[in-house]
Design a protein around this ligand. Structure first.
Ligand code: AMP
Length: 125
């Protein structure tokens, strides 16, 4: 279910718990700025989530408040994942749900990486 509103960062969210090692994940990549792991309910043969280590509720929060080092580190982390999984030849899609209209479910900023099949149109109607 989508979050009704994104207020202050909630340290009990599931991705915060993954970052603290309290619940397991299938990790793909980790560095100083990001962690990447397989989505628990994959919507494509490759469905990986990339999250920043900082406490940001959404992409809007992240882009508005993260430091330049965090922002560049995040996107370099995304690049590290696409390289590690060799996604460029077949292609891939990045998606970030931010807020209610986008049906964001987990209030810790994340980017989905989808790949491994023809992904169809950008949005369903
Ligand atoms: P979003 O709607 O963009 O907030 O998507 C949140 C994503 O997190 C969904 O695709 C879920 O399947 C995924 N998810 C939720 N809990 C976990 C978990 N414990 N490990 C991996 N992925 C998860």
């Amino acid at each position: 279910m989508a979050v009704a509103a994104l207020g202050n960062y909630d340290r009990s969210n599931v991705f915060a718990r993954i970052l603290r090692g309290e619940i397991p994940c299938r990790k793909v990549h980790e560095d100083a700025h990001v962690m990447a792991f397989h989505d628990i309910s994959p919507l494509a043969p490759v469905h990986v989530l990339v999250i920043p280590k900082g406490e940001y509720v959404s992409m809007a929060d992240f882009l508005g408040h993260a430091s330049d080092a965090e922002i560049s580190g995040f996107w370099r982390g995304v690049a590290a994942v696409t390289a590690a999984l060799n996604l460029a030849p077949g292609g891939f899609r990045l998606l970030s749900n931010a807020g209610y209209d986008a049906h964001q479910e987990v209030p810790h900023m994340h980017v989905h990486i989808f790949a491994g099949r023809e992904l169809g149109p950008m949005l369903c109607q």
